[in-house]
Design a protein around this ligand. Structure first.
Ligand code: 5RP
Length: 264
């Protein structure tokens, strides 16, 4: 592997694990609640994440260019919540632009099993061809659009394997029951997305812990952090699982202590 590619991957995954913070939701949702001003939302969280996942528009306008935080640039889109089909994505940002923005990786969604499967898989293959030339890793996002019930092991294993076969250096997918089946079938690192906010913080800590034990290298988790009433406590507690091997119970105790101001 070339030096540039290795260097980018190791900055994104210090010690092989990662806590990435996505704030790209506006690319099809518009001003998502708690993300109306992405720069303000992310500011207190930046010290505790390993990278942010963001579009060029938000990066340019809301993130301080003095920041040294690695950037994963969202480069697919072209659809909206109110449009006909969320899966009908194209590549929105060139590799030249990614280089100009000094990013560590680029990320794009694939919609396996949808009407636009072929187009989004070819988007991925083309992006890999272009990004690899400059040592930039591609993260494939196994998107399900509004069909949240698709989040089960057989389907996600299929998506992750196809993404890896087409050249993604890392795949982002959902945690599910029997998650080991997803990881075992995928020859590149797997990171977990969060999805909509779940009931309690403990439930988040439990699925993240389970996924890590089953071979995920970390998370790309947004709403369950920045929609939480105590986002800094939440990200610190998640960090303890991902980078310090804390159990869900320990992470929950840390969260509660931070929330009550008992710990810094
Ligand atoms: C949207 C994305 C988001 O980055 C992804 O969904 C992760 O965020 P969350 O944890 O809020 O689901 O790729 O398509």
């Amino acid at each position: 592997m070339d030096w540039g590619m290795k260097n980018r991957l190791s900055r994104l995954m210090p010690n092989g694990h990662c806590l990435w913070l996505p704030i790209d939701h506006g690319y099809f949702q518009g001003p998502t609640s708690k993300l109306e001003k992405p720069g303000e939302t992310v500011k207190p969280l930046l010290p505790y994440c390993d990278a942010i996942f963001v579009t060029r528009g938000v990066l340019r306008n809301c993130i301080d260019p003095d920041s040294t935080k690695p950037i994963i640039l969202r480069v697919s889109g072209g659809t909206s919540m109110i449009g006909e089909d969320l899966a009908n994505e194209g590549i929105t940002t060139s590799i030249k632009e990614a280089i100009r923005l000094n990013v560590c990786a680029v990320g794009l969604s694939i919609f396996v099993g949808s009407k636009h499967e072929h187009q989004t898989l070819l988007n991925l293959a083309r992006l890999v061809d272009e990004a690899e030339e400059y040592g930039i890793p591609v993260m494939a996002v196994t998107a399900v659009g509004k069909e949240m019930e698709k989040r089960e092991a057989r389907y996600l294993a299929l998506c992750c394997r196809i993404a890896a076969e087409l050249g993604a250096r890392v795949v982002k997918t959902y945690w599910c029951e029997n998650f080991e089946k997803v990881v075992e079938g995928c020859p590149v690192p797997v990171v977990m997305a969060g999805g909509p906010q779940v009931g309690t913080e403990l439930e988040v800590f439990e699925f993240v812990y389970d996924g890590m034990k089953k071979g995920a290298i970390g998370v790309n988790l947004g709403r369950n952090i920045w929609k939480n009433e105590h986002p800094v406590a939440m990200i610190k507690a998640l960090r303890s699982i991902i980078h310090e091997d804390a159990t869900p119970k320990e992470a929950n105790e840390l969260f509660n202590n931070l929330k009550k101001g008992k710990k810094k």
